[in-house]
Design a protein around this ligand. Sequence first.
Ligand code: ARG
Length: 637
Amino acid sequence: AGIDHLVKLTSDLKLDNVRETFPTAYPETNPVDVYRIHLTNVLEKITGVDRKIIYPALQWTQGLDKGDVMMAVPALRVKGKKPDELAKEWTDKFPEDDPLISKPVVTAVHMSFFFKTEPLTKAVIPLIRSLGKTYGNNPAMGLKDPKNPDGERKRIIVEFSSPNIAKPFHAGHLRSTIIGGFIANLYELAGWDVVRINYLGDWGKQYGLLALAFERYGDEEALNKDPINHLFNLYVRINAEIKEEEDKVKALKAEGKDAEAAQLVESGLDEQARKYFKKMVDGDETALKQWRRFRDLSITRYQQTYARLNIHFDSYSGESQVPESAMEAAAREMEAKGISTESDGARIVDFTALVPGKEGKRLERPIIRKKDGTALYLTRDISELLGRHEKYNYDQMIYVVASQQDLHLKQLFKIVELMGHKDIAAKCQHINFGMVLGMSTRKGTVKFLDDILRDVGDKMHEVMRKNDDKYSQVANPEATADTLGISSVMIQDMTGKRINNYTFNMDAMTSFEGDTGPYLQYAHARVCSIERRAAIPAEELAKADLSLLTEPHAINLVRALSQWPDVVQNTLKTLEPTTVVIYLFKLTHVLSSSYDGLRIVGAEEEVRKARMALYDAARIVISNGMRLLGLSPVERM
Ligand code: ARG
């Protein structure tokens, strides 16, 4: 609905088959792209530069005071004249009576373009209100052939969260979950076919050890009731025993009692665990059955927690799911191609010899087969990557893993490349992130995700209870407190750039002051409350006379709202949640500051409707942004 309004006002906008000329233009969903196309037409006449060079030079701005789009004159690559002179010259030639855009504002070599307000308002508010939840989505971006809207979509695999069964779900997994969920949502909005994979740490000698622990100290009831905690307790207990044994062995050796030490090693837990795991690898049904139960129970429990975070997975893969046969095939391939070499009985990839210079040194010499023939973390990842390509035939794959594993993923991708799968390696990308500091219990032990979410939820409940009036109107205060708590954690996580470390700070994240999760939720709930009180039917809002929105606050709000699809498009380049977070806080600040000047109560009937339509559009954009981040917007709090 909205875009037509702009098209009618101009004589030069033909949007059919627009991507033949501008492959990255999506005017059907992004109003700013409509302006870009029109502006390109105007500037082509003035500058004589090719439209294909002009269009991508029309960039978004750092703030509304810098215009709605801007252009760095040197980007047009016109020779023979100084850019600042060109800027002035082109601005002089810019038509005064352009229907959509005011005369540019020049600062040095930049030209800032401001959209004329009435056409923008009349286009954007109806566009947002008619698209609703889908405003900001850009399904055409995921097309294999951007010119064919009915054609095939690109497929992306996002691997994220990937905790280790029986070990703590630590901050690294929390960040992977939050960031991965966001990236998966983002690609979905862009029309990609998204496959979400959780690659569990569910294989290796430690799972043999866990089974031994269960044989000795396991409790069926506790396992069924709370598998994650029970398995973890077993894990801690048996690891303490292993440590004791190791200490004993050391002591014996120190006393020169080597035979006794060797005997202890031979009969010890570590050796038993190794044997047990060997049984699992060899397909011993009893051993596998027990292990599978641990895995299934853990997954069921994880799923409950993921649901609280609005996250689901299409596949629970894991280290256990990589077939031995695939690893053997990969091993043969690597040997045949001279990628793996023998070293002390083990097989390694000696990057220092394979890859010249600094890069080879940096990649080191990882082991891919131990002396006793067992595979490793890296070995499994190689086969898993290739297996996924066969199974899903992905166009891209993203691994959301902490930056501690930068080297591991570099090694992985390089090995796949050296194996002759350069094309597959090129489709893989590591999205890394920094650490969370200060996230442990008072006792200094590890904390589980559920405990963290519960603590933060309790804290929010406390805050809510301070306002009796409002509290009594919230239908399910516990659930709302839970949602607010989760929002607190998530916004704190997504506020900085991914790579930065941050400190887990319960007081700061749950505060209503500053750019926090609760503040964002409050901004959303407040518009909802204004809409409830005004109670103007949607059909009435659709008929509102939007030319009544002339105040600077109203105009700035419309301008901010018009940027949302562009923000989404830009986020696909940065893959940074903070790109969205920054935008949402800017938007909510513009919104909060407009309430005083754009009152609903006491305003004249037509003005009331127009303002309400604007607020309704703002609510939609805030909600869409929050849902992209993975938050559940609340309507009351
Ligand atoms: N389970 C691993 C860990 O907790 C993370 C897995 C990352 N993904 C991968 N394909 N290696 O450290």
